[in-house]
Write a protein that binds this ligand. Structure first.
Ligand code: SF4
Length: 180
């Protein structure tokens, strides 16, 4: 472990925060982590923009223009960028909408769906534009590592981060990442 604390940033793009919740399942080990690392932009802090970081953990795929912007900001500022979980790696559950035309998805959600009142498709200019398809993050920027799972377990986060923090090439044993 180094004397200088490493900086970690995390973000949820088109995800459900389940990967972040799983990360927090490292429980009391977070105190050990806090001795060698500090958090930059993350749902765990109030920091809005990613500063220069050693490690960026990305949960979720890319479903709108804001996701693209945020992901590129992370890539610019993080030495190591990590795709965390199925949504970041291959689009995951949100990518199920790729089988249905976007117009149909919007119609079902905001115009014709059960229980819709005051039907109208949101058009506030402040809203980020939806992409036609949900994309995995490696289609937008270069990714250095991937943590598989939906979500990856707390032990996967722990093994991965402690390897990196110790200057070792991360190795995830089969027992940690098997889903059979
Ligand atoms: S991979 Fe699973 S847990 Fe993680 S954001 Fe996607 S749906 Fe949620």
């Amino acid at each position: 472990m180094t004397d200088k604390k490493l900086k970690i940033a995390t973000v949820s793009l088109a995800g459900c925060f389940g990967c972040h919740m799983s990360f927090l399942d490292i429980d009391e080990r977070i105190m050990e982590l806090a001795e060698v690392a500090e958090f930059d932009r993350s749902p765990l802090t109030d920091i809005e923009h990613c500063g220069n970081c050693d490690i960026g953990l990305i949960e979720g795929g890319i479903c709108n223009s804001e996701n693209v912007h945020t992901l590129r900001e992370f890539r610019r500022h993080c030495k190591i960028l990590v795709a965390v979980g199925a949504c970041a790696i291959n689009g995951g559950l949100p990518a199920y909408r790729n089988y249905i035309p976007l117009e149909e998805c919007l119609g079902e959600s905001y115009l014709d769906g059960i229980g819709v009142e005051n039907p109208q498709i949101p058009s506030d200019p402040e809203l980020p534009l939806l992409l036609n398809k949900v994309r995995p993050i490696h289609e937008i920027v270069k990714i250095d590592y991937s943590l598989p799972g939906c979500p990856p377990s707390a032990d996967v986060f722990w093994k991965f981060l402690t390897d990196l923090l110790a200057g070792r090439e991360p190795v995830l044993p089969y027992e940690l990442i098997h889903y059979d």
